[in-house]
Design a protein around this ligand. Structure first.
Ligand SMILES: Cc1cc2nc3c(=O)[nH]c(=O)nc-3n(C[C@H](O)[C@H](O)[C@H](O)COP(=O)(O)OP(=O)(O)OC[C@H]3O[C@@H](n4cnc5c(N)ncnc54)[C@H](O)[C@@H]3O)c2cc1C
Length: 831
């Protein structure tokens, strides 16, 4: 009997694991019961159980009966627990596409599909633009000059941007734009952000969600033909105004409004709208010539009814509407400037009261009135996938390259600080995070180029890349010490440190994105069954609703059972038998991630089952589930990058560190989820399913961290790959160029310094002339005693000079040069 029970349990697990169809379960159940009935000697109680089984089997296997007896009631219950959804929430959920995020929700991602997706590539023309125009633009700008002298990018840089099509990178060539790929767009933003944030932002905004993107997707031919060539050439500077003082994160609640009315326009009476708005924080607003404006349109007199084909059903509240408003329109007020954390890109408020404008100004024409929110949500994915992920990765590349070099050049306690274990820790974080960030940036841009509008993935990269950017800049500041704190042209990190909260706040503030968006939207869009269940609930025809819901419900049940069985089996075997698209040591990463994906799918289902609509309010739980989904995505990107790069063994410490660290974070998210699960008993059950033999996934070891840190401390192909695409100034006087030279010199002179130290130890060199004490005298003494050659002494002197330059910080007159700048600008002095 024991053997029979064991076989039965294994068979049960196998049926669940493989999501077997109902009839197979029935056959198995019948065999099981037959054996129990025989063993019981055909006991009456057992025969009653058999009869019950037959009844249940008939109900389950006969769809019409099943629908009446089970599905109908389940549907009513589902309708009750489903949280109410506003039109704007529905439009946000419906927007965009599902790609690899869908695979991660299945619990068994198809790795071969991911690896087979095209690696991002630039065309020769794009590469040339990056190597020439983008390079030249970087060379004519600097962070210090823009933040301290121009309070903007310089007029020459602005002109160069307009003349060279930087503002029209996403506009197709037929309209005079550059027609670049999403990946190229990302490469440009990344490069500019390694030079000056105002440069990156000023180029990023017109190429992100705003007039050009909206026109391309929804504009009428007349609007496209008029505006796109002008935007491409920089004849129009666009901005987009959504945020109102009373509606920031809850942007759909903007009180800005337009009333449909008749009015005079260019000498004749036309149907138009009187728009009142107050916008703030609008990037490029103070210099914009074309204002994209979002407001809620009302038609109280039903003037649109009968006039246009789609008369909006005679509704008074037409909905959020987007229009293009030339800023010279009478009544448009462009305010002064906000001062966003020393980032100095143009940003400010604008407003208008009862400004009359024709209906033709609505993007897409009058029949697109009320479609604004859908338009914004649909277009958000592309811009959010590119802008901030690229600029955050750029800043992290700068931090990795420059801080790594600094840590090698800067000595304390007669040792390069980068060799202290304490400094290795932040260096390892910088290197590991950067590897994964760049992987996610590249993979997501490539997905956009494949035609995806990845709404959930774009939220993931927006949140996680800006957060990792913030952590990296903090780490870099700690490593740099006072050098990072004293601002000036020689400080390559201080401004980035000041500016980093901007990336956290814009395009969906990070706390909101993590707590509400990533899992909230992911669970509905990416889950294999939830969207189908919701579609069934929305179905008006009750019979069809039952049929649809029946298929979705039983598919969902089979899926959930499969995830439970898989989580347990994969936990017992630690995923060891799982297939992997590659062999060797990297295989374990694939196996761990498949296991985590299964655990995630199971936990997500249990959370939805036990918390239902309440999950929307339980943001901490939703955030943890979002973290697991996000970390699965980031790890997938790291593996894809490793594959696309040709699996270079030298880069493996970066891959290993980034994946182990992410798996460890995912485990902590699971711990938090289970510790706060509403039912302690179910939490205990889940714990034992996920961790049958204790918790897996540990923090990267010290040794691995050491190997990652070392990669930042010396020039190598790996370091170049890690910081690929950043701007490396050609002029030898530039702080980054000096750092690069000093790093090379530090490595070249290490052997010479070792000779001198050995001579000291051996007593060949006189005491008192120690390295760092009086290096010049010591080198002379070393040459005189034949310890080193004159050429080697020259190399030491050159390194000493470079190191002095590297550690130098800027200083200013007592008034920080204000009087000097007033003298140079008499108009300002007079004011
Ligand atoms: C420099 C800069 C440039 C900008 N550029 C533009 C632009 O060009 N066009 C434009 O229209 N707007 C722009 N914005 C506005 C930007 O999109 C908003 O700042 C952003 O939406 C956040 O709104 P808020 O600042 O009013 O913060 P609030 O909405 O007041 O949020 C404050 C905090 O509460 C959190 N929060 C809010 N709701 C929730 C929730 N449900 N759950 C958990 N946490 C929540 C947020 O995450 C945030 O941490 C810009 C802002 C800045 C600072």
């Amino acid at each position: 009997m024991a053997l029979f029970l064991c076989v039965a349990v294994v068979a049960l697990l196998a049926l669940a694991y493989t999501a077997a169809p109902g009839w197979l379960w029935t056959i198995f159940g019948a065999m099981l019961l037959a054996e129990f009935t025989r063993a019981s000697g055909f006991h009456a109680a057992m025969l009653a159980v058999d009869a019950l089984f037959v009844l249940v089997a008939i109900v389950l296997l006969a769809p019409p009966l099943r629908r009446v007896l089970i599905t109908r009631h389940a549907l009513a219950w589902y309708r009750r627990i489903l949280p109410p959804m506003s039109q704007t929430e529905r439009e946000a959920i419906d927007a965009g596409t599902v790609w690899w995020d869908g695979d991660l929700f299945t619990g068994k991602p198809d790795w071969k599909k991911l690896l087979a997706s095209p690696a991002p590539r630039l065309t020769p023309e794009e590469q040339s633009f990056l190597d020439n125009e983008a390079e030249e633009l970087c060379a004519m700008t600097s962070e210090w000059e823009s933040t301290q002298i121009h309070q903007d990018i310089s007029p020459q840089a602005w002109q160069f941007i307009k003349d060279n099509g930087f503002l029209g990178m996403i506009i197709p060539r037929e309209y005079g734009g550059r027609g670049f790929s999403a990946y190229m767009h990302s490469q440009v933003i990344q490069k500019l952000s390694t030079r000056a944030s105002a440069l990156a932002v000023s180029v990023m905004v017109p190429n992100s969600l705003g007039p050009a993107e909206l026109l391309l997707n929804y504009g009428t031919d007349a609007q496209k033909n008029h505006y796109l060539p002008r935007l491409a050439k920089g004849l129009e500077i666009p901005c987009f105004g959504l945020t109102n003082p009373h509606a920031g994160s809850d942007a759909a609640a903007i009180p800005d409004h337009g009333i449909v009315c008749r009015g005079m326009w260019e000498g004749r009476e036309v149907l138009g709208m009187r728009v009142t708005w107050e916008k703030r924080y609008i990037t490029l607003g103070p210099v914009a010539t074309l204002l994209g404006l979002a407001f809620r349109l009302y038609d109280p007199d039903h003037l649109l009814s009968g006039v246009y084909e789609n008369a909006h059903g005679g509704r008074e509240d037409i909905g959020i509407t987007c229009a293009l408003v030339p800023t010279h329109t009478p009544g448009v007020n462009i305010g002064r400037r906000h001062f966003p954390l020393n980032a100095v890109f143009q940003n400010g408020p604008n407003w208008g009261k009862d400004v009359f404008m024709p209906l033709d100004w609505i993007i897409g024409g009058p029949h697109m009135a009320g479609q604004g929110w859908r338009m914004l949500m649909e277009c958000l994915a592309a811009g959010r996938s590119i802008s901030l992920p690229s600029s955050s990765t750029g800043v992290t590349k700068l931090a990795a390259r420059a801080t790594g070099a600094y840590a090698r050049v800067r000595n304390q306690f007669k040792t390069p600080i980068g060799k202290f274990e304490g400094i290795e820790e932040p260096l390892a974080r910088i290197g590991g995070h950067l590897y994964m960030m760049d992987a996610a940036r590249r993979t997501t841009a490539a997905a956009v180029d494949m035609g995806e509008k990845p709404s959930v993935l774009s939220a993931i990269v927006k949140y996680h890349l800006t957060e990792r950017g913030r952590s990296t800049v903090n780490d870099a500041m700690d490593i740099l010490g006072g050098k990072g704190i004293c601002l000036g042209p020689n400080n390559f990190m201080g401004r980035a440190y000041q500016q980093i909260p901007i990336a956290i706040t814009v395009e969906g503030a990070n706390i909101l994105t993590r707590s509400l968006i990533i899992f909230g939207q992911g669970a509905i869009r990416c889950h294999p069954w939830v969207l189908r269940e919701m579609a069934a609930v929305r179905e008006a025809d009750p019979v069809r609703a039952e049929v649809l819901f029946d298929a979705a419900l039983f598919g969902h049940i089979r899926f959930s059972l499969s995830m439970v069985a898989r989580a347990f089996v994969l936990g017992v075997f630690n995923g060891n038998f799982l297939p992997s698209p590659v062999g060797g040591p990297v295989k374990r990463h694939y196996q761990h991630l498949t296991r985590l994906s299964t655990d995630f799918a199971m936990l997500a289902d249990f959370c939805m089952l036990f918390m239902g609509g309440d999950l929307k309010r339980r943001e901490k739980m939703s955030a943890r589930l979002g973290d697991i989904l996000s970390l699965l995505y980031l790890c997938s990107c790291a593996l894809k990058r490793w594959h696309d790069d040709g699996s270079p063994e030298e880069d493996r410490p970066l891959l290993d560190w980034s994946i182990r660290s992410a798996l460890f974070d995912a485990r902590r998210a699971i711990d938090g989820l289970l510790a706060n699960f509403p039912s302690p008993f179910v939490a205990w059950l889940l714990w034992n399913l996920v961790y049958p033999f204790g918790r897996p996934f540990h923090h990267p070891s010290d040794d691995l961290g050491h190997r990652v840190a070392r990669l930042l401390l010396e020039p190598s192909a790996t370091r170049d790959r890690l910081t690929e695409g950043m701007y490396l100034p050609k002029s030898a006087e530039e702080p980054i160029a000096v750092l690069e030279a000093a790093l090379t010199a530090a490595i070249q002179t290490e052997a010479i310094e070792r000779k001198i130290r050995a001579a000291h130890k051996a007593g060949t060199l006189k005491a008192g002339a120690e390295i760092g004490h009086d290096a010049g005298a010591e080198a002379e003494a070393a040459v005189a005693t034949g310890v080193i050659s004159a050429a080697e002494a020259g190399a030491l002197a050159r390194f000493a000079q470079l190191r002095d330059e590297v550690i130098r910080v800027d200083h200013f007159p007592p008034d920080f040069g204000l009087s000097e700048s007033l003298q140079a600008d008499p108009k300002r002095a007079a004011a």
